[in-house]
Design a binder for this molecule. Structure first.
Ligand SMILES: *C/C=C(C)/C=C/C=C(C)/C=C/C1=C(C)CCCC1(C)C
Length: 258
């Protein structure tokens, strides 16, 4: 069973590069720092995926799903990074649509981790789950219609911010925060607190990227370079580091409760 799981994880990984094989004649230039960041992060995401999948073997049953979800997040993101990298290197334009398709899949998966960590201690309700999914989806749809030019960049920004605040409310003051408090195991409480700091400070980097990209009135080419660097950097924190936190609590809980 375990062998089968590992084998299927590797098979998935092997598919990734062939799905995204380079078609363009242009290659990465040594002065293209945005392009370099796309490359670096796509590779880091591949490595993180292998790591999270393999480590599912090491942790107790109730943590396996959390680690699998972390691996899915980095797998989906790695695949999108191959395409985004191509768009950037071949055309120099911002790969907005791939970026948002990636977010539309990975953000709900990430936010599900709050639900999973609460389930692992028997405290999750379906209300928590659906509120978090609803708010994050609203946040992304608003961001997309702004970036893709369907509505003004300012109104989209404000609506998206409000949805993000709704997420923060749920995890700091709402039902989710109450479920994580009290007599929950110390390692779970610590992980929950770190995860919500990531959703506060790590996620805050995205609206900063949007702001420098669209709302400062700078030279559009420079703004788009900054936007992509900032979004790329944010993905390292919010996808890889977030997974590593879950991995570390899973390992310490597993080894402490043998
Ligand atoms: C792996 C990808 C993640 C965790 C993406 C998260 C994205 C956000 C938190 C985006 C938030 C935005 C706002 C709060 C306002 C401006 C528009 C967005 C979509 C950039």
């Amino acid at each position: 069973m375990i062998r089968f799981r590992v084998a299927s994880a590797w098979a998935l990984l092997a598919l990734v590069p062939s799905l995204a094989s380079a078609q363009s004649a242009k290659t990465l230039e040594s002065s293209d720092f945005v392009g370099i960041s796309f490359w670096l992060i796509s590779m880091a995401l591949v490595a993180a995926t292998a790591f999270f999948f393999l480590e599912t073997q090491r942790v107790a049953g109730k943590w396996k799903t959390s680690l699998t979800v972390s691996g899915l997040v980095t797998l989906v993101a790695a695949t999108h990074y191959f395409y985004m990298r191509e768009v950037w290197i071949a055309t120099g334009s911002t790969p907005t649509v791939y970026r948002y398709i990636d977010w539309l899949i990975t953000v709900p998966l990430l936010i599900t981790e709050f639900h999973l960590i609460l389930s692992a201690i028997g405290r999750a309700s379906s209300g928590i789950f659906w509120r978090l999914i609803g708010s994050t989806t609203g946040m992304l749809v608003a961001g997309y219609v702004g970036e893709a030019g369907y509505v003004g960049v300012w109104p989209a920004f404000i609506v998206s911010m409000l949805f993000w605040f709704a997420v923060l409310y749920e995890i700091f003051a709402g039902e989710a925060s109450k479920a994580a408090a009290g007599d929950a195991p110390a390692s779970v409480q610590a992980a929950y607190k770190t995860m919500r700091l990531i959703v506060t400070f790590g996620w805050a980097v995205y609206p900063i990227g949007y702001f420098v990209g669209y709302l400062t009135g700078g030279n559009p080419a420079d703004s788009m370079g900054m936007l992509n660097i900032v979004y790329n950097f944010a993905d390292v924190v919010n996808k890889i580091a977030f997974g590593v936190i879950i991995w570390s609590v899973a390992v310490s809980e597993t080894e402490g409760h043998k």
